[in-house]
Design a protein around this ligand. Structure first.
Ligand code: ATP
Ligand code: MG
Length: 403
């Protein structure tokens, strides 16, 4: 018994009225991207569903990849058979022989879009219900929440049987909401912030500040590895390395330590915003979480945010650390994130950062710095690299996530 197609149900797309078409096209493109290794698969998308015709490709390889594509609510691997009662009966028996262990309750749900078919949906349910009961006389039929729901759809080109509904990733197709710049450190929070913004359709580019030789090659590699962990959700990601050494040294040399953190963060934000503009991004995303550290008090946030009016999305702002860690584990970034390579903020971290920086003071201190010159030199030194999706290990647990 081999699946011949996977039927995909859209998530929130259906509520999006006139944007629907572009959302579906984006989803189709993302599905294609997630399944590049399976070129035989044909994708047919219509208003309500997407059908992946497997053409012999192995569904057990494909299912785990599909569970990561945002914009999919649920999907059902299906078997296509001829549209006649003999074939329906034979396949129904075959399916039930494979999955029924003697304990499960069941029902048949039929849908007929081809109105020329000899039985209507009620008739199909009666017919196949009887096939199953004849074959397994002790089986119990249950209408509400049966263990096995055998779905049958009679369409123009054939009959489709399925019995699994696998939960998709939900959300919106990556790219359907535009592009954002993710400020990606080597920590736990920013990759989760990236993942969550991708979930709402934002295509991301990763901006990482590195201060060699104070920060190591390993720290840089870690940020790239974290970026790679996000690729199964939205395809390849541009990784932008920002040379930050000069700026950090200048700040350290010319300003009092209580303000290093605020001034550093303001520079990071200014630079990220400049990169955003160069790269046609719409928003900035970061991993700030309220109250976590000195830079993340509301007072600090106000002082740092003052350098731009670009919207900043902070997906983990209101989450507890334990909630963020749970997500980091789910997307497999946690283990990497806790590797102890110092990043630029840790190394220049002042002993006593101001948790209530004064705006007047900030502006006065910035007069000591050649902000424009430093920014220009920094932007000249950007290094951009495409991090592509690897054929990363298939996580079989997610596969078992049946509804
Ligand atoms: P994370 O776990 O994401 O590192 P954090 O709890 O360590 O966050 P901070 O170090 O204060 O918090 O950083 C807050 C946010 O600033 C990060 O989530 C990230 O978005 C951004 N950020 C910090 N350091 C860097 C960096 N080196 N490159 C790019 N962005 C950074
Ligand atoms: Mg950090």
């Amino acid at each position: 018994m081999q699946y011949t197609e996977i039927m995909v149900r859209y998530g929130e797309l259906s509520t999006k009225g006139k944007n629907r078409r572009s959302f579906i096209m984006q989803l189709a493109q993302n599905v294609r991207g997630a399944l590049v290794d399976f070129p035989a698969i044909k994708i047919h998308a219509d208003r309500d569903r997407m059908h992946l015709i497997l053409n012999g490709e192995d569904s057990t390889q494909i299912i785990p990849k599909l569970t990561k594509v945002f914009g999919i609510q649920t999907f059902s691997p299906s078997i296509r058979v001829e549209k006649d009662t003999v074939a329906l009966k034979a396949t129904t028996e075959e399916i039930m022989e494979t999955i029924y262990t003697g304990k499960e309750t069941f029902k048949v749900t039929a849908k007929r879009s081809d109105h020329f078919f000899e039985l209507d949906s009620h008739g199909i349910q009666q017919f196949l219900g009887k096939v199953v009961v004849d074959r397994f006389p002790n089986i119990k039929v249950q209408m509400k929440h049966p263990d096995i729901n055998l779905r049958v759809e009679i369409r123009r080109d054939g009959a489709y049987l399925s019995y699994e509904t696998i939960k998709g990733a939900g959300g919106l197709p990556v790219g359907s909401s535009g592009k954002g710049m993710l400020m990606l450190s080597g920590g736990i929070d920013s990759p989760v912030a990236g993942y969550l913004s991708m979930k709402r359709g934002v295509e991301i580019e990763a901006v990482h500040f590195a201060s060699p030789p104070y920060t190591s090659d390993q720290a840089l590699q870690k940020a790239k590895d974290l970026t790679e962990k996000l690729t199964p959700y939205g395809g390849s990601i541009e990784f932008i390395e920002v040379p930050f050494t000069e700026i950090q040294e200048e700040i350290k040399q010319h300003t009092p330590q209580g303000y290093w953190m605020t001034l550093t963060r303001r520079m990071m934000l200014r630079i990220t915003d400049a990169i955003r503009e160069l790269r046609n991004g719409l928003v900035i995303i970061n991993g700030e979480s309220l109250g976590q550290v000195a830079s993340q008090t509301l007072h600090s946030m106000v002082a740092i945010n003052e350098v731009t009016s670009t919207p900043i999305i902070r997906p983990v702002a209101t989450m507890d650390k334990t909630e963020i860690i749970e997500l980091a584990e789910k997307i497999d970034t946690f283990e990497l994130a806790i590797q102890p390579f110092e990043d630029c903020c840790t190394i220049f971290a002042p002993p006593q950062p101001k948790t209530r920086p004064k705006m007047v003071k900030v502006l006065e201190l910035e007069k000591r710095l050649d902000i424009d010159g430093m920014m220009a030199r920094c932007l000249e030194g950007l290094k951009i690299e495409v991090i592509s999706a690897t054929q990363s290990e298939i996580q079989v647990e997610e596969f078992a996530d049946l509804l």
